[in-house]
Design a protein around this ligand. Sequence first.
Ligand code: XMP
Length: 511
Amino acid sequence: MRKPVVILDFGSQYTQLIARRIRQAHVFSVVLPYTADMETIRALGPSGLVLSGSPSAVTMKDAPSCSPEVFALGIPVLGVCYGMHLMAQALGGSVEKAGKREYGLRAVSLDTRARLFSGLKPECNSWMSHGYQVDALPPGFTVTAHTDTCPYAAMEDPDRMLYAVQFHPETSHSEQGMEIISRFLTDICGCQQDWRMEGFAEQAVAEIREAVGNGTVLLGLSGGIDSAVCAALLSRAIGGRLYCVFVDHGFMRKDEPRLVREVFSGHFPLHLSAVDASDRFYAKLTGVTDPERKRKIIGAEFVQVFREEALKLGALDHFAQGTIYPDVIESGAAPGSTVIKSHHNVGGLPKELGFTSLVEPLRTLFKDEVRELGRVLGLPGAMTERQPFPGPGLAIRTLGVLTREKVGITRQSDAILREEFEKAGLNGSVSQFFTVNTDLRSVGVMGDERSYDTAVAIRAVTTDDFMTADWARIPYETLATVSRRIVNEVHGVNRVLLDVTTKPPASIEWE
Ligand code: XMP
């Protein structure tokens, strides 16, 4: 059996990012809650252990903790931020409130004689996010990094195979972060770098079979890549016991319903029912302008349509969703995180639906990993290379009240944008792009006539993980063509804007 690296999760937003970096280094990892007992950890025969960060402080009453036995397992341990504090506290050092809270990129000086840092550049910028820090090293440890305000920014005791960093090497902002993680995995833990996404697929298929048994599963295909990959994975695991429902809520992109039908009618064994429920959604949304209410109404109606479809299909046992990790975090489902938006595909199911369980096989993956998994599963390029598309679709890209006419403007301008970006070869380099019907009207001239029409905005971003994003630098020529075509071809539009905001502070979607 392959020996995993175990990550003990103390509730940090970055825990899954650690898991993702480990996958990126082609090493098999398992995330366990900090409450996992020693027996469970030992049974996995781990080749190393990573202790995650946490929103708590070790000095707080009831702070999440783990048995000090984890430091005596005879395997390498890497403590990250809170994990470092736990290590220090458990082994005779101490932790105190920092004079100044450190948040953001900080210059860190590394001692390159340290086992964890040998061969690296001695100075680098690393991501810090902490209000507490180690103020006395435990016996046997040496300090291996510092910043201006943090004298013990890393420590190690190579004889006991214990390593710890105050900063977050897992975030993409941290220079040399991936090197530090790779060094821990290879030089220190001696892991084989032979894990591939096929491994995830195999593991997920086995887990689905175990969770589902001989039961049947209902899955909603939203038109986006997440649910498509989820369908492909479930199809591999349980084939004809998978029932997919594609609800066209009226906020799909141009040609989307057709594409979904085409892909899932031939490639994968599953039952597909497509429902046009757009009248119901528009009726429920009449007069609604508040973004959160829109999302909630769409989410609730979605579940309602599901319930009806499930009834039509006869009793089905389980309900599946293509929830991915950023959805989990942003919905506040991860411990210690706050709710940013309510994603309609997170949050469990109303009990009366009667399903015995919720199956979410992509819950730990980031978007680019979902894409890779789709390729591994044999989904056609037209689907795996597609951009993420939010469940509520064009409804959250059409600001203000929703009418078929306004959503039509969003849909047509989006189709033009997609066509032109494709022609310009931008599909590979821009992570997500779409248009937004801003619901803003402004004055223009069309021929000799005064117009008072809608402004459409272009949103185009580059990102690795959709948690942070930069606005994409689109060639002016492409922007010029898109703008010209939109005002000429989309009735009711007389102005095109470009959104040049990063995430944060803006989100990628406008609602
Ligand atoms: P934001 O707007 O939160 O978007 O920066 C991050 C990524 O998530 C997508 N998104 C959603 N996906 N259901 C989804 O499945 C949703 O309700 C939802 N809202 C946003 C968004 O398109 C972007 O890729």
